[in-house]
Ligand binder design. Structure first.
Ligand SMILES: C[S@@+](CC[C@H](N)C(=O)[O-])C[C@H]1O[C@@H](n2cnc3c(N)ncnc32)[C@H](O)[C@@H]1O
Length: 936
């Protein structure tokens, strides 16, 4: 332990070079006798006693004071002071003095003596070596020549400016201790790297001041060097004076070596051991090196293996990437190839269409030219004909005048005849009047006769039997049976009736004479009256019976039937004659004639459409368009693969329908398309209605066969027509892919013709994002993008329709049209400014329509709208006929109907739309627009 030295006056120089000094140690021992403690629990404080001792030596001071022993009887202190000179006066202040502690009556006696230093004397080492049997005093190290030093501070003995300031140097040690004589050998065990292992001891010892201490052996060549060193260091401590003048001191332990530490033998032994240890270390080093090498090799192998694995991994990854890239490239190539092919096909198609159009235009132009020539020729002929006609007319007029004169003559004769006839009729009437009077007279006489006869009969019966008294006379009635004499009676009546029948017949004849000119026409009226009479049932039958009776006069009248008696008096119904007059037109043509003509026309309707469908499906118009010149029936029949006879009849009917033109060529009949047929009935025309015609012919007509059932039941006829349930309407319509494509083609075709009209019925330019709900083949979407260059259209439809539309109808290059698949009754609808529902609502009931429109309203952006595209009925449902028929079509095919504009407005309003307007396009389909208010 090092202490600071304030007073260096007593220090003697050991080595001026290394600023090392020796300073005498000044230590005293102070003993304080303790009294007998009488009071229990009372004790004397060592600390208090120490403080009293420190106080007693003042103004001198202990540089250190510590308790070395403490018992019940005394306390012993060991104190150190800076200078030896102070010891005496200090002892004087303490020795024999006493201490009085407060609380204790007894005083404490103090004894103080100077400390004796424990250091070997000359006698000690002389006697040691003299007595040591194993020592040979002739040999160095085995005699008193070596001092053993312990507790030397390492730093004080290190080389100046050494990189290891804590490492003592043998050179410094020698230089310091050669002060006392020539040094033979020194040893600092801590410098030997093997010594710790040899001695199994740790040299890194620290003194309390924090400095590393070391032990050392210094062997002098001469005994006097040894003794001088020992004598000089006795009772001394080592002191280092710094360059700043401050000094520190430490106690060191100095003895003479008794262990032969620096003897030849010990040196040899240590050298051997060192060598052994060096060898061991070398081996260890070698092992370590080998182990390290092994480890490195292992690590290297592992590293290489890892590298290989990494490389393999990398290779595989690269391979994978390469393959993927290859695949992608192939896919890309395939795609590009497909695109190019599609583009080429499209270009080719376009080219073909263009060629076809050009050819058609050429054909039309040729035909126009021909027509112009023909018209010129016709005009010339017409002029000649007109002149002939005028000539003829003049001749005819003359002939007519002549005929008129003859007719007037005839008329005069006829009038004269009629006058004669009238006169004859008047005579006849007069004669009839006379007859009537005679008949009345006869009736009167009949009555008299009847009464007389009855009187006679009653007289006879009164004469033959006695009347019982009080019995009243019975008055005979017309209906009463006539007992006895009946035959006679009947004979009279029969005669009378005979007269009457004859009279009636006369009357009829005279009447028919008066109306002789109308007799032929009356037959029809009679027939009609017959029908009327059949209708009136029992009464009619009675009249009929009565009339027969009346006319023929041979049947017995039913005496119980009153009406027969009435009719008997009025046999011809005047009403029947009135009816006859009503049903006769002024010119004398029966009105019924005009009615069946219409019906016949309608009946022909089916035959007409079937003729058009068939000629289309057989490809008559395509063949004629392709030929580019008029063809004969033979050529056409060969081209369409049909019988000549059938083809001729079909062509004739098509000509009658103005779908074909005929031309005469050398007595042969040639056929060509009319313009309408070329544009609408050929397959390749951009405005072709071929697909619609085919769908009508092959699908819709099957449902129409069951129109009667549809009307009776009020529902569609899918199940009857195709055997599929129509519970899910579009599942039934799309019962297979082929049917679906046909339906889509049907939907597609109409918008090429009137799509522009419906999308331009209103100005839709404010709506940028449009969603075509149930947009199907996208035909209307294309019309929107071409009419409104800033809009984009999303086609929403069922997944399979979207797939088909992508594949067959909408090109990927059309970037403004996209698709969204789903069910518009179930799935979320995409956001949009405008929703188009073209021919959607007419498929559904009012309830379903409101449900769908409600969903549209929810999805619609505020300020947006909905456009309905439908065929509108007149407000009172009275037409147009096409829409009325479409409504029937909806009945046989769907759940819906065609509606009037107010009906659609009501549906839109029910869903929340406002400001509803409609526009008629003048074509089949019209438009209704509703708005969603901004505040919503
Ligand atoms: C009569 S078509 C009209 C097609 C098209 N709007 C037009 O006018 O050409 C009805 C369309 O609605 C579609 N559709 C029917 N039910 C549907 C549903 N539940 N969800 C989505 N689309 C549906 C059909 O696939 C079909 O394309």
């Amino acid at each position: 332990m090092t202490t600071i030295v304030h007073d260096t006056s007593e220090a003697v120089c050991l080595s001026a070079e290394f600023n090392l000094y020796l300073k005498p140690i000044a230590k005293v021992t102070v003993s304080v006798a303790l009294p007998q403690l009488k009071l229990p629990g009372k004790s004397i404080s060592n600390w208090e006693v120490m403080e009293r001792i420190k106080a007693m030596v003042a103004p001198e001071q202990f540089s250190a004071l510590r308790i070395s022993k403490s018992t019940m009887d005394f306390i012993r202190f060991e104190g150190e002071v800076e200078n030896k000179t102070v010891v005496k006066s200090l002892l004087g202040r303490l020795d024999g003095k006493s201490i009085k502690l407060s609380g204790f009556t007894d005083v404490l006696k103090v004894r103080a003596v100077e400390n004796k230093v424990d250091f070997p004397t000359r006698h000690d080492w002389d006697s040691f070596f003299r007595d040591a049997k194993d020592m040979n005093e002739t040999l160095p190290g085995e005699r008193p020549d070596t001092i053993h030093l312990e507790g030397l501070p390492c730093r004080w003995f290190s080389q100046k400016n050494s990189p290891f300031p804590d490492r003592p140097s043998e050179k410094v040690l020698i230089a310091v201790f050669e002060t006392f004589g020539k040094v033979r050998n020194v040893d600092i065990p801590m410098l030997d790297p093997y010594r710790e292992e040899m001695l199994d001891k740790n040299f890194n010892t620290f003194s309390f001041g924090g400095h590393l201490n070391f032990e050392a052996y210094v062997q002098y060549q001469e005994y006097c060097g040894f003794t001088k060193a020992m004598d000089t260091m006795r009772g001394m401590k080592l002191m280092l004076k710094g360059e700043d003048g401050k000094a520190v001191a430490c106690n060191i332990k100095v003895t003479f070596d008794t262990s032969k530490h620096l003897s030849e033998l010990a040196l040899k032994r240590r050298t051997l051991e060192r060598m052994k240890l060096q060898e061991l270390e070398r081996q260890r080093e070698e092992q370590k090196r080998q182990a390290k090498e092994e480890e490195e090799r292992r690590k290297e192998m592992e590293r290489k293996q890892k590298e290989q694995e990494e490389e393999e991994k990398e290779r595989k990854k690269e391979e994978r990437l390469r393959r993927r890239e290859l695949k992608l490239r192939e896919k890309e190539q395939r795609k590009t190839l497909k695109k190019v092919r599609r583009q080429q096909e499209w270009e080719q198609k376009k080219l073909q269409m263009k060629i076809a159009m050009e050819e058609r235009r050429l054909l039309l132009a040729q035909r126009n030219l021909e027509s112009i020539r023909l018209i010129a020729e016709l005009l010339a002929r017409a002029k000649a004909l007109k002149q002939q006609q005028q000539e003829k007319e003049r001749a005819e007029r003359k002939e007519q005048e002549r005929q008129e004169q003859a007719r007037q003559k005839e008329e005069l004769a006829r009038l004269q005849q009629l006058e004669a006839c009238r006169r004859k009729q008047e005579e006849e009437l007069r004669r009839v009047e006379v007859e009537k009077d005679r008949s009345l007279e006869l009736q009167r006489r009949e009555k008299e006769l009847r009464e007389r006869l009855l009187c006679n009969l009653m007289k006879k019966s009164n004469d033959g039997s006695t009347k019982p008294p009080g019995t009243q006379e019975k008055v005979p009635t017309k209906e009463a049976s006539i007992p006895g004499g009946t035959d006679e009676m009947l004979e009279v009546l029969g005669r009378l009736n005979g007269v009457k029948a004859a009279e009636s017949k006369e009357k009829r004849v005279s009447k028919s004479g008066a109306q002789a000119h109308a007799s032929g026409k009356n037959r029809a009226m009679e027939e009609r009256r017959g029908v009327e009479e059949r209708k009136t049932g029992r009464e009619g039958r009675r009249e009929e019976a009565a009339r027969i009776y009346c006319h023929d006069g041979i049947q017995k009248p039913d005496p119980t039937n009153q009406s027969s008696t009435i009719i008997l008096q009025s046999p011809v119904k005047p009403v029947a004659m009135d009816e006859c007059r009503e049903m006769t037109t002024p010119e004398g043509t029966p009105a019924a004639d005009a009615y069946p003509r219409k019906i016949l026309e309608y009946m022909e309707g089916f035959l007409i459409s079937k003729t058009m469908f068939t000629s289309c499906e057989l490809g008559v118009y395509d063949v004629l368009l392709g030929a580019g010149r008029p063809l004969s029936a033979e050529e056409i029949s060969q081209a369409i693969g049909a019988s000549l006879d059938g083809t001729e009849r079909l062509l004739a009917a098509c000509t009658g329908l103005q779908l074909l033109n005929t031309h005469k060529d050398d007595g042969r009949v040639l056929y060509s398309n009319t313009d309408q047929a070329s544009v609408y009935l050929t397959r390749s025309s951009p405005l072709s209605l071929f697909q619609s015609i085919q769908y009508n012919s092959r699908t819709i007509y099957f449902c129409w066969h069951h129109l009667t059932d549809a009307v009776r039941e009020g529902r569609n006829q899918y199940e009857r027509a195709f055997g599929v349930s129509s519970k899910d309407l579009f599942e039934a319509l799309y019962r297979c892919d082929e049917e679906m494509v046909k339906f889509m083609q049907l939907m597609n075709s109409i918008w090429n013709i009137c799509g522009k009209d419906v999308v331009r019925a209103f100005d839709l330019s404010p709506f940028k994002a449009i969603c075509d709900l149930g947009g199907c083949s996208g035909a209307l979407a294309k019309q929107c993008t071409s009419s409104y260059p800033e809009c984009t259209v999303t086609i929403f439809d069922l997944p399979k329709v979207v797939r088909m539309s992508r594949e067959h109808f909408v090109s990927e290059a059309d970037l403004r049209i996209s698709f969204h698949q789903g069910d518009f009754f179930k799935d979320p609808l995409p956001e949009a400014d405008l929703y188009i529902l073209a021919r959607i609502l007419h498929d559904w009931t009012d309830e379903r329509c409101i449900e769908l429109l409600g969903r549209v309203y929810e999805a619609c952006n505020p300020g947006g709208g909905v456009l309905l595209v439908e065929a509108l009925l007149h407000d009172d449902g009275s037409g147009p006929l096409t829409v009325q028929l479409y409504s029937l079509n909806m009945l046989v095919q769907t759940e819906g109907r065609e509606r009037t504009a107010p009906q659609y407005s009501a549906l839109l309003a029910a869903a929340g739309f406002t400001n509803i307007q409609h526009r008629l396009t003048g074509k089949i389909y019209d438009a209704v627009l509703g708005h969603k208010e901004v505040r919503d």
